[in-house]
Design a protein around this ligand. Structure first.
Ligand SMILES: Cc1cc2nc3c(=O)[nH]c(=O)nc-3n(C[C@H](O)[C@H](O)[C@H](O)COP(=O)(O)OP(=O)(O)OC[C@H]3O[C@@H](n4cnc5c(N)ncnc54)[C@H](O)[C@@H]3O)c2cc1C
Length: 465
């Protein structure tokens, strides 16, 4: 039977799309690559996901999961002929355990909707990617998303206790659970960050944290980006772990300010947003220590948000950094790398030099406390050769980070974008081991094929073997 007809029998015609315009809508995520799904479906339950996977696999179709499509590495880009499962209808909060501070939620639940729904109980979900107004918990799990507040709280993997998922052969399994240390291999940990290549996540058991009683948010202004970066290193070296420590350079400050009007000084070389949380006494002490370090490094101004509104405004600026680019250029390309914090300043200089070499407009926004760079090049893809130039320069920026002992991605994942760079940080044996893990979950390579691992990752596929 034709898979589209079977899927219509399963879900109804309104939730199965094959028209070219509908397929075009889902051809891309928020990165630059695009694909072409043969069929797009919007299942509403775990059982429907399992049945859809069985139909797609029987028809020999690649199966790709998609949340909100905010991914920046091409992870949700559907290859030609694929079946794309859009999970946004599965956005329920199934149950909340206030005492145990956990909740079972659907993969399509928007990240911020969870914390907003729990606000009156004093609870929240800690991972807060800047895309949290639209990205889904399932997408956050699949990419092991980070965010400004992951410096102290850890990335998504630290907040996922269990997952229910549909395997490549259409079975429903639960991995992990409420026990603090489930017996056996930590398969839950393996699924987090697996970018839809090991299973389709259909429910997530999340850990919740208590909202802090006191929050102090500071805007620290510098006339020199090096002293801003030095302040970040000194704060961490002093043993302080602020809840967040973010940085923006001058072009990014200007872009954000023109867009969001949050009161950032557009003539500053860099600003830091430092946030500390805890008891009133604890936050006062920690904020004081950060202030002292910033003063020592020649900060021009240190402003502390006096009200919740002022704090929200600062975060509005930071979280709209990428969106603000739309005013100045139709396109942007964003890299995501991590460097050891001791090499931060050196790699930063190399990144600026690469952009200058290629005549590109570069702006930077960083999860600085984690050493996580996001160099962003704004451009116009309609200019001939421009996209290739931008991708080439961004590639060189990643190489500079890796050469300094950094790695390929801090949080956005590998997807299509960086799969051919995996050999820079993994040996052939490492890649082979990862390929064999994938084979164990999905021997027919039905789930998100072509993502994460480069061609030839299996040693057995190499010539002469
Ligand atoms: C403006 C902006 C700001 C951003 N800020 C951050 C940030 O601060 N931190 C950060 O980490 N990222 C950030 N991102 C990147 C992106 O938002 C995250 O990677 C996010 O986790 C993706 O969620 P999504 O629902 O959009 O997933 P999608 O883009 O739809 O999918 C991402 C990957 O997850 C897989 N997937 C999705 N759902 C499932 C599922 N249920 N089961 C199995 N696999 C699944 C897809 O196949 C794909 O490989 C940002 C993106 C934008 C556009």
């Amino acid at each position: 039977m034709d898979p589209a007809a079977e899927l219509i029998d399963l879900l109804g015609a309104s939730l199965v799309h094959t028209h070219p315009v509908d397929r075009l809508i889902y051809a891309k995520d928020s990165g630059v690559a695009s694909g072409d799904p043969a069929i797009v479906v919007l299942p509403g339950s775990t059982e429907e996901v399992a049945a859809a996977v069985r139909i797609g696999v029987a028809a020999g179709m690649p199966i790709v999961a998609r949340g909100a499509g905010t991914g920046l590495a091409g992870g949700a880009v559907p290859p030609p002929g694929s079946l794309l499962l859009v999970l946004t209808r599965m956005n329920e909060i199934h149950e909340v355990d206030e005492i145990g501070r956990t909740a079972w939620v659907g993969p399509g639940l928007v990240n911020l909707d969870l914390s907003e729904a729990l606000a009156d109980r004093g609870l929240e979900f800690a991972p807060d990617p800047a895309s949290q107004q639209s990205s889904t918990i399932g997408g956050n799990v699949a990419t092991n998303a980070g965010g400004p507040h992951c410096l102290a709280e850890g990335t998504t993997v630290a907040h996922i206790l269990g997952v229910e998922m549909v395997t490549a052969d259409g079975r429903i399994v639960i991995l992990g659970g409420e026990a603090p240390d489930e017996p056996g291999y930590d398969l839950r940990g393996l699924i987090v960050g697996s970018e839809g290549t090991l299973g389709i996540v259909t429910r997530v058991l999340v850990r919740l944290i208590q909202r802090p009683p006191e929050i102090a948010t500071m805007l620290i202004v510098f006339d020199d980006i090096h002293t801003a970066a030095q302040t970040v290193s000194d704060v961490i070296a002093a043993g302080l772990v602020p809840a967040a420590l973010e940085m923006m350079d001058q072009p990014m400050i200007e872009s954000v300010e023109n867009f969001a009007h949050v009161g950032l000084p557009t003539d500053a070389a860099a600003v830091l947003i430092a946030e500390v949380v805890g008891t009133a006494e604890g936050t006062a002490v920690e904020a004081g220590e950060i202030r002292e370090i910033a003063d020592r490094n020649g900060a021009r101004e240190i402003r502390t948000a006096a009200t919740d509104e002022e704090r929200a405004l600062l975060w509005k600026g930071r979280k709209n950094a990428f969106g603000s680019i739309a005013q100045s250029a139709p396109d942007y390309y964003l890299s995501d790398t991590v460097v050891p914090r001791t090499r931060f300043v050196e790699v930063l200089d190399e990144i600026y030099a690469i952009a200058e070499r290629d005549g590109l407009r570069l702006m930077n926004v960083f999860h600085a406390g984690d050493g996580n760079f996001h160099p962003l090049v704004s451009f116009d893809a309609s200019e001939p050769g421009m996209t290739e130039r931008v991708i080439g320069a961004s590639h060189d920026m990643v190489l500079a980070a890796v050469a300094a002992g950094g790695t390929l991605s801090g949080e956005h994942g590998i997807g299509l974008e960086k799969r051919d760079l995996m050999h820079l940080v993994f040996t052939p044996q490492d890649l082979d081991a990862q390929a064999r893990i994938r084979d164990a979950f999905d021997p027919e390579a039905s789930l998100n094929p072509g993502k994460v691992l480069p061609d030839g990752a299996r040693l057995s596929e190499r010539p002469g073997r």
